[in-house]
Ligand binder design. Structure first.
Ligand SMILES: Cc1cc2nc3c(=O)[nH]c(=O)nc-3n(C[C@H](O)[C@H](O)[C@H](O)COP(=O)(O)O)c2cc1C
Length: 176
C-alpha cells in the first residue's frame, strides 16, 4: 500500500541528534543580548540566513497574514525590518500597527518569537536602508519604510530530545 501523505509527514525526522544546552537561569537580563548570543551560535552551527524571520500582521478585522523577511537591527527603537509601505504588510501595519516576528533555527532546535507594537522609523533611516540593499543602483524608493517592533513579549524556545522543551520568556518588565 502506498504511503499516505499523513504517514509521510509523520515519518519526517525532526531535530538533529545533538542539540545545544540552554539554561534560562544563566540567560542575560537583556533579551537582545541573548538573541545576539543565539545568532552567533546559529552562524557557528552553519544555520543559513539566521537573520530571516516570519513577520505576522493582521488587517483591521484581525485577519492574519505572514511572510518571511530580514531582521535589519536591534536597538532602543526595537527590532528593525524594512518593506514597501504599499505592500500588503505595509498597508496592514498602517491600519493595525502590531506585529509578531518568529525566527526558527532548525539545526539547533531553536525558536525566538517577538511580539509588540510597530513604529515607523525616519525617512532618512529608511532611505539609507534602501540604498544599502544588495544590488542597490542608486535610485530612490519613496515607498521604502524601515519599521521597528517594540517588544511586548519575547520568548526563546529550545527543543530537547526528552521533550521537556525549554521556554524562556521576557515580558514588559524587561524592556526599558
Ligand atoms: C528569506 C526571505 C527574506 C525576505 N526579506 C524581505 C524583506 O526584508 N523585506 C520585504 O519587503 N520582503 C522580503 N521578502 C519577501 C516577503 O516574504 C514577501 O513575499 C513580500 O515582501 C510581499 O509580502 P506582502 O504581500 O505580505 O506584503 C523575503 C522573502 C524571503 C523568503
Amino acid at each position: 500500500m502506498s504511503q499516505t501523505f499523513r504517514q509521510l509527514l509523520r515519518a519526517l525526522p525532526d531535530f538533529p541528534e545533538t542539540l545545544p544546552d540552554f539554561d534560562p537561569d544563566t540567560a542575560p537580563a537583556d533579551p537582545a543580548e541573548l538573541f545576539r548570543q543565539w545568532l552567533d551560535e546559529a552562524l557557528a552551527a552553519g544555520v543559513p540566513q539566521p537573520n530571516a524571520c516570519s513577520l505576522a500582521t493582521a488587517d483591521v478585522l484581525g485577519r492574519p497574514s505572514s511572510r518571511m523577511l530580514i531582521l535589519k537591527d536591534i536597538d532602543d527603537e526595537g527590532w528593525h525590518f524594512a518593506t514597501s509601505r504599499e505592500s500588503r504588510k505595509g498597508q496592514e501595519l498602517t491600519a493595525n500597527p502590531h506585529a509578531a516576528l518568529n525566527f526558527f533555527w532548525q539545526q539547533q532546535g531553536r525558536q525566538v518569537r517577538v511580539a509588540g507594537s510597530v513604529v515607523e522609523l525616519s525617512r532618512e533611516a529608511s532611505a539609507s536602508d534602501w540604498h544599502a540593499r544588495p544590488g542597490a543602483d542608486g535610485t530612490d524608493n519613496p515607498t521604502w519604510q524601515l519599521y521597528a517592533v517594540r517588544p511586548r513579549e519575547i520568548e526563546f524556545w529550545q527543543a530537547r530530545h526528552d521533550r521537556r522543551h525549554t521556554r524562556h520568556r521576557y515580558g514588559l518588565e524587561s524592556f526599558s
